[in-house]
Design a binder for this molecule. Structure first.
Ligand code: IFM
Length: 446
């Protein structure tokens, strides 16, 4: 058994829209995901987050299940439209739900890690232009302030945004996610306003409590060329620029990467960047959250095509998950080492890592998921290698606690340690849940 440093945080993670359901309860109003999921053809099988795992109504039993995993930490997100359901309104019932969640975690000896934005923008803000508009960043900071005021005594760790690349590029650049817009210029403006929102929210939280631990979570991936052809290497550099450096550089170096700005110059003049914005965005982080699932392989895309949408390739002969994502744990070590080498010694957490496989309840009522165990085991070993090489990695959160609404894939993809039978809402811990508990136990008190 491989041992992690003392104090290493073992956790699991979820997001509000993916598990809560109760879409219209206690004053919540629609988010962009309610609208998108209701759009015919947008989500596989027409699935929506209306009920999801009904976690909103099953909080206590779900908290018991989290505790039984033996984790020391639980990463969840807060639903913005539950807290600010109309412009300028604060919904106490929404805050009460998260208060019960936070208190319930503490009662069970589990530390809460709160994410403020995991993609569920209030629809009324999208109606005003969403993240393409600067005002949304300001509204986000106000919302962060409200959450912090309500939960500060129970929550020390805040992630401002989860995977802003996905919000900006899948949401506004390619239209595969809510709000379903396919305009590269909008994706660039959204990128900047999301990052500005991160900076302003971090400022708001620290103004109240300078000791709060504030970070941002990015989805990052090493990008390699599909072949030795220099044109593929150039494509890999472009993909790396849009996916990784467009987010890492402003946050950790205070500047947008010049090659990415040049690449997108034909579609945007970047006039949305105002004096002082980059200083706000680059205020020192208490931690960087890393979500790692797979590395990317890039091939030369046709001239003028988008570097990510057109250039992504699958490596031949590599096993894949149910998402068709290649399983390459070495990519995690490579990524963590690169972060330290190129961006310095920022404390890191793996805020998400996990895999979807074709899980099913067997006739004995069990869910055997050896592929997930192998995936998690290999990625933990990869993380352990990086720690051995000096990376300041402080924790690891399995995605996900429960099977849940996998965005445009609906309920067809299962990432959970706990199987959810959606009709009955029965929860069945998979074999991987027991395996994870044993790993945590073997590493001493969480
Ligand atoms: O389910 C998502 C999560 O919401 C964000 N990170 C990736 C996961 C798997 O696709």
């Amino acid at each position: 058994m491989f041992r992690f440093p003392e104090g290493f945080v073992w956790g699991t993670a979820t997001a509000a829209y993916q598990i809560e359901g109760a879409a219209r309860d206690d004053g919540r109003t629609p988010s962009i995901w309610d609208t998108f999921a209701a759009t015919p053809g947008a989500v596989r099988n027409g699935d929506t987050g209306e009920i999801a795992c009904d976690h909103y109504h099953r909080l206590d039993p779900d908290l018991d299940l989290i505790a039984r995993l033996g984790v020391g930490a639980y990463r969840f997100s807060i639903s913005w439209p539950r807290i600010v359901p109309e412009p300028g309104q604060v919904n106490q019932k929404g805050l009460d739900f998260y208060r019960r969640l936070v208190d319930g975690l503490h009662e069970r000896g589990v530390t809460p890690y709160a994410t403020l934005y995991h993609w569920d923008l209030p629809q009324y803000l999208e109606d005003e232009g969403g993240w393409v508009e600067r005002a949304t960043a300001e509204r986000f900071a106000e919302y962060a302030d409200i959450v912090h005021e309500a939960l500060a005594d129970g929550v020390a760790h805040y992630t401002t945004l989860n995977e802003p690349w996905v919000s900006a590029w899948l949401g506004y650049g390619y239209g595969w996610h809510a709000p379903g817009r396919a305009e590269p210029a909008a994706a660039l403006a959204a990128t900047h306003h999301l990052l500005l929102g991160h900076g302003l929210a971090a400022e708001a939280i620290r103004r109240r409590d300078p000791s709060a631990q504030v970070g941002i979570t990015l989805n990052l991936a090493p990008v390699g060329p599909a072949t030795a052809d220099p044109a593929d290497q150039a494509a890999a550099d472009r993909m790396d620029g849009q996916l990784n450096r467009l987010f890492l550089d402003p946050v950790l170096r205070g500047a947008y990467p010049a090659d990415v700005v040049e690449l997108y110059r034909p579609v945007s003049d970047f006039a949305f960047v105002q004096d002082g914005d980059l200083a706000t965005i680059a205020a020192p982080l208490d931690f960087l959250g890393v979500n790692y699932y797979r590395p990317n392989l890039a091939a030369a895309e046709p001239p003028g095509a988008d570097p990510v949408a057109a250039g992504l390739r699958l490596p031949p002969g590599v096993p894949v998950t149910a998402m068709d994502w290649p399983i390459q744990p070495d990519g995690l070590t490579e990524l963590l080492l690169r972060l330290r080498r190129e961006y310095g010694p920022v404390p890191l957490y793996i805020t998400e890592n996990g895999a979807a496989f074709h899980d099913y309840l067997d006739p004995a009522g069990r869910v055997e998921d050896p592929e997930r165990i192998a995936y998690l085991d290999a990625h933990l070993r990869a993380a352990h290698t990086a720690i051995g090489e000096g990376v300041d990695l402080r924790g690891y959160f399995v995605w996900s606690f429960l099977d849940n609404f996998e965005w445009a894939e609906g309920y067809s993809k299962r990432f959970g340690l706990i199987y959810v039978e959606y009709g009955s809402q029965r929860r069945v811990p998979k074999a991987s849940a027991g395996w994870y508990r044993d790993v945590i136990r073997a590493n001493g008190p969480a």
